[in-house]
Ligand binder design. Sequence first.
Ligand SMILES: CC(C)(COP(=O)(O)OP(=O)(O)OC[C@H]1O[C@@H](n2cnc3c(N)ncnc32)[C@H](O)[C@@H]1OP(=O)(O)O)[C@@H](O)C(=O)NCCC(=O)NCCS
Length: 186
Amino acid sequence: MCSCILGHAERGRRQGLKPTASETQPCSSGLVIRNAQESDLLQVMHINRTCLPENYSYGFFLRLLRDYPAAFLVGETEGRVVGYVMCRIERTMSRIERLRARKTGHVISVAVLPEHRRRGLALDMMTRVLEVLKQTYGCAETYLEVRVSNKEAAELYEKLSYAIVSTERSYYIDGEDAYIMARSLK
Ligand SMILES: CC(C)(COP(=O)(O)OP(=O)(O)OC[C@H]1O[C@@H](n2cnc3c(N)ncnc32)[C@H](O)[C@@H]1OP(=O)(O)O)[C@@H](O)C(=O)NCCC(=O)NCCS
């Protein structure tokens, strides 16, 4: 278990104070979280294909990185990228308040390689990216989609104060429903 990563996340939850995403914070396990670079994208694509059925083209990852570079983070150990989170900034109707337009941080994808899970990496990357969405991009809220069967991811998001706000029927290509989970960033 990476105590300093969990320590950071715990501190962040208690105080509402988190480091900026551009800080790299090595800890005892060697895990570091930093902004993604274009040279990371092949490794990010490998993680995405290993961990999720929702896969994207190189151009899709590159577009997100170029458009919202501060909201694309990777977790690294011994020079190898083992996790990522990437987001898009959208102007949409609020998923929390009725009839309100909101600048919103859409978490497009988050994943950690199986052998590096349960060490707090996803929690720490998400904690940091939420701070970036709020501070750097001025988002008032954030949302994401999660398969209704993906209990571990839903638990992660609940820990980050996301709540289920609706269900999208047959959202995924295999017909599975998605929960839409959202939270305020104010
Ligand atoms: C979901 C995922 C990103 C979590 O990554 P991780 O680095 O292992 O998560 P963390 O160690 O930060 O876990 C934080 C919390 O999330 C919850 N959680 C994570 N994995 C869990 C699991 N397998 N079972 C139950 N809860 C889990 C727990 O509450 C955990 O806190 P705890 O370890 O103190 O109990 C990872 O399992 C993954 O890549 N899954 C496949 C891809 C995916 O489903 N992405 C989300 C798509 S919506």
